[in-house]
Structure formats: C-alpha cells, structure tokens
Design a protein around this ligand. Structure first.
Ligand code: 4HQ
Length: 229
C-alpha cells in the first residue's frame, strides 16, 4: 500500500511513523508513507494557504489553490488514485469496519487541514470522502490522519509480529475485549481472578465471553444495537 498525506505540518508525522509497528511495516516494504507540505505549492511571496470566510465569521479557511496544486503533484507520484480522504468532524465516523475497508486499497491520499477547515470546493473538486475520527474538535487534521494510518497499517498482512494479534482485539467480534492480567498474581492486594489460573480453557473462554458482554453492555451499549441502548 502507498499512503500520501497532504499537510501544513509534515514534521508532526515524523515520530509516529518512526516507531514500532508503523516503522517496521515501512522497513518491511508493506507500506510506503509519503508526507507532502501543502505550503510548498503556494505561489505568492507570503506562502499564504488560508483566507477569510466568505459571508463572514471567525477564523480562516484553507484556500483551494495550494491544495489542488499539491494534490495534482502528489496524485502523479503513483499510478492508482486509490481513495481520497478528507479529515473532518463533518463526516461518517471511522470504525473498525471502515479501517478494514481502507486496508483493502492499494493507495490512500489523506488531506489534513488546519484552521476552520477546507474551502468546500476542495472536497467537491477532488471528490474526497470526509471521515471523522470522533465527535470532538482537534486543532488540525494531522492527528486524525495518523489515526487512520495507524489503524489501517496494522491490518496489512505482515505488519504485526507474532506477539501482536489483530484477531482477539476489541471489535474483531463487535464486542469490547475482556480484561487481561499478567504477573504478579497478587499486586498490592488485587488478585488475578482464580479462573485464569485454573488451566480450564473451556471455563476461561466462557468467563472471557461473559466479561466482554458485560463490559459492552455497561460501557458501550450502542455496540449491541439500538435496542440495547
Ligand atoms: N478536525 N476527525 C480538521 C477534527 C477532526 C475530527 C478539526 C480536522 C479541524 C480543520 N478531523 N480541522 N474530529 O476535529 O477528523
């Protein structure tokens, strides 16, 4: 897979891309991630990328010119267009099903904006699909783009080591994950549930299932369907 990211803050991506699973996936050639600075595609003396909103109101809006020029440059860096995604709270929310869908693509192009958002003609003209990572307001789309990269790359074949597992994780079966314990057996008086020390794998599986259902009902009833809420 190739992932292109268009941003005004390319340096923000350095650390996450150079650690752990994302770093290893790139080294193994499982994914190529390329970050391009939108400001490099300005043509004026001040390298201006934002302007006041028509109709008035607070804040600034990303101008279409530099974003289109940047996009048209980046688009040509690989043969396929893949999916073009615009990070914004005004879009369908990212979930594990969407991450799995994106992981099937050969290419993703992510547009991470700043200020109050993008001139609407950017979404329309580039036919970009809006995706939100959640119902809260970030200072920019960069962290949201990183969340997409992180959740998608770990699903690519070979990205996880043997120790890591994409199988058992929360949402693989639509439920929250059961609680985990490791040594010591007694930590400051808090004991590991006896069942996990029993060696009875049938009973353990049953206990974990119960725990998953209980936590989901308590903390995320929305995952159990509209009737459970
Ligand atoms: N943003 N999910 C882009 C977000 C956001 C979100 C804030 C992104 C402002 C310009 N993006 N701008 N939530 O809060 O994706």
């Amino acid at each position: 897979m190739r992932i292109d990211i268009l941003t005004l803050f390319p340096e923000m991506f350095d650390s996450p891309l150079h650690h752990s699973i994302l770093h290893r996936a790139q080294e193994r050639g499982i994914v190529v991630v390329a970050v391009t600075n939108i400001r490099d595609f300005t043509t004026d003396k001040y390298r201006k990328v934002d302007d006041k909103p028509y109709g008035g109101g607070p804040g600034m809006v990303m101008m279409p010119g530099p974003v289109f020029d940047c996009f048209e440059h980046v688009e040509k860096l690989a043969p396929q267009r893949g999916r073009v995604i615009l990070l914004t709270p005004q879009g369908p929310r990212l979930d594990q099903a969407k991450a799995r869908e994106l992981a099937q693509e050969e290419r993703l192009i992510l547009l991470a904006g700043r200020y109050e958002g993008f001139d609407e003609r950017i979404r329309l003209g580039l036919d970009a699909e809006p995706i939100s990572i959640g119902d809260y307001v970030l200072n920019g789309g960069e962290l949201a783009a990183m969340v997409i990269v992180d959740s998608v790359v770990r699903l690519l074949p070979g990205a996880l080591g043997d120790e890591d597992s994409a199988q058992d994780d929360s949402f693989s079966d639509g439920l929250l994950e059961y609680p985990q314990y490791t040594r010591p057996e007694d930590f400051r008086g808090m004991k590991v549930p006896g069942i996990l020390l029993s060696g009875d794998h049938g009973k353990i599986a049953e206990w974990r299932r119960r725990q998953s259902l209980e936590r989901t009902a308590n903390w995320r009833p929305d995952l159990l369907g509209p009737d459970a809420r």
